[in-house]
Design a protein around this ligand. Structure first.
Ligand code: CA
Ligand code: CA
Length: 252
């Protein structure tokens, strides 16, 4: 029975480990602003400057809220879908220059014209638009005041994408006889195998002996509450750069 519980614990822990990685990688579907820009600009060949584009032109939209749009909205939706795939759209009001980003759609001129942001500069944005003089137009500039006068901005970046998270400090350099907490095998690198080593210890498959002072100390990756599942998770967080590893200096 005890053995069964141990195995269950290993399986559950490995599931946690895997779901952690799945969660971490799903976020990569959100483009950076640079990626959004290059995906939109790539469409300049298909929709060149001056190409006729009026309210007779319709395009579907994968972002929700609207199933598609005509004219200016349709063209903004085409570029938006190119940049964001099927990420859901949401509307933000009020609008200001410091809160808009490449790839977002601005609704302007008293809710009558849609444009999409190609670039955000310190005092303006550069846009692309359809149905501007009945045609496609790339590169018009809107001032900060014009941006602030927009009716709303439609974004497809998930909430929190641009919130200021303090970046973890880069890992400090190792000197002789110093190790990263979590680097149980002391090879100078924190790896998945270090996390697995901690898990094996926890389920008594392969114990880290207390008299193996360095390994035993390093296995307590988060430097609190002894060796636990939290330490394996801490190692994985270091791997995906959510945490900075501590340094242990051996005095032996
Ligand atoms: Ca290692
Ligand atoms: Ca710990």
């Amino acid at each position: 029975m005890y053995r069964f519980k141990r195995i269950t614990a290993v399986v559950l822990t490995l599931c946690m480990v895997m779901s952690f990685f799945v969660t971490a990688s799903a976020a990569s579907d959100v483009p950076t602003e640079a990626q959004a820009y290059s995906r939109m600009i790539a469409l300049k060949q298909t929709y060149p400057e001056g190409m006729r584009w009026t309210n007779a032109n319709y395009a579907p939209f994968k972002g929700g809220i609207y199933s598609g749009g005509y004219g200016c909205a349709g063209f903004a939706f085409i570029l938006s879908d190119a940049a964001f795939g099927d990420l859901p759209a949401r509307i933000i009001r009020p609008v200001s220059l410091d809160k808009v980003h490449t790839g977002e759609i601005l609704r302007i001129n008293n809710d009558s014209h849609s444009v999409i942001i190609l670039e955000v500069k310190s005092d303006s944005v550069v846009i692309a638009e359809g149905n501007f003089n009945s045609s496609i137009h790339w590169g018009r500039t809107l001032s900060a005041t014009e941006v602030a006068g927009a009716d709303y901005v439609m974004t497809r970046y998930p909430e929190g994408t641009f919130s200021q998270k303090p970046a973890p400090a880069p890992a400090p350099e190792l000197s002789e006889k110093s190790y990263y907490y979590g680097d149980v095998d002391q090879n100078g690198t924190i790896e998945v195998s270090d996390a697995l080593r901690i898990l094996k210890h926890l389920v008594h498959l392969e114990l880290i002996r207390q008299n193996d002072t360095v390994a035993y100390t390093l296995a307590n990756a988060d430097q609190k509450d002894g060796i636990s599942v939290e330490d394996a998770i801490y190692v994985l967080k270091v791997l995906v750069k959510l945490k900075t590893p501590g340094i242990y200096v051996s005095n032996s």
